[in-house]
Design a protein around this ligand. Sequence first.
Ligand SMILES: [Fe+2]
Ligand SMILES: [Fe+2]
Length: 297
Amino acid sequence: MTGPVDGNALAQDLTPHREDTAIDVLQDYQNQGAEHCGREIDLAAHAVAILTTPEPQDKVVQTRLSAKLWRDSKIRVGSAQPPLRPARPARPELRPPREMARRRRGKSPAARLALLHALAHIELNAVDLAWDIVARFTEEVLPDEFYSDWVAVAEDEARHFSLLSDRLSAFGGAYGDLPAHDGLWQAAEHTADDILARLALVPMVLEARALDVTPEMITRFNRYGDTESANVLEVIYNDEIRHVANGSRWFHHICSDRGINPTSTYHELVRRRYAGVLKQPFNVPPTSATRHAFRLM
Ligand SMILES: [Fe+2]
Ligand SMILES: [Fe+2]
């Protein structure tokens, strides 16, 4: 065994002239053990491999495998350099937010398929967001529980993506059939330098805002008689409450380590960063969920 590798060595395996993708390397490692594979691959490298693999199904399967290795204490955190943007499949076509047609609301299968497709796209981004926070901030001194929480989030997001993909196939469609919003990774790019900014904007604003709109979507699907889709959204909603709570808990933990006030830090970060990322609204969103998120410990 050659001992631990830094995660970037694995990322280099992704150069196009190599036949194996990073996922192949990971699966070889998992199937045959570090000794056979000639390297130990740590959690951060697993995260980078998932971020740099384009196919959603590969991300889902690998998320489960990597999470299991972490849970079974087979890998340590390590370090790696995640890409600025995750790899994406050839389809869906990604369009700038301003070029996205307004989603049609309504009962028609086409309108419901469009909504489910948009949600599947959000969940695929969420898989990558969870792995990005695992790999990007390893220089912070954080306990293993931090990693366990975000690995569990990645698993949840992968399950959400699969549940929504199943709903798309029930409508005769698939992820990739419709154009999708290319703005979802902006919040990650704009907070790549600071874990507190990442936690404030992603789980404590974006995911919390999703909690605000999901109950209405569940009601709508039920009203249309589409209880299967409503049930999927119910599962997602309950998991997302935990994701927001994780964000808030670790935000408070890191503020306490740094000896800074969490309330003023949160408001300052949201004021400075959120407007830049999402254009509007320009003030701290006074939604019930974000207020709730902040209070959760
Ligand atoms: Fe999710
Ligand atoms: Fe989430």
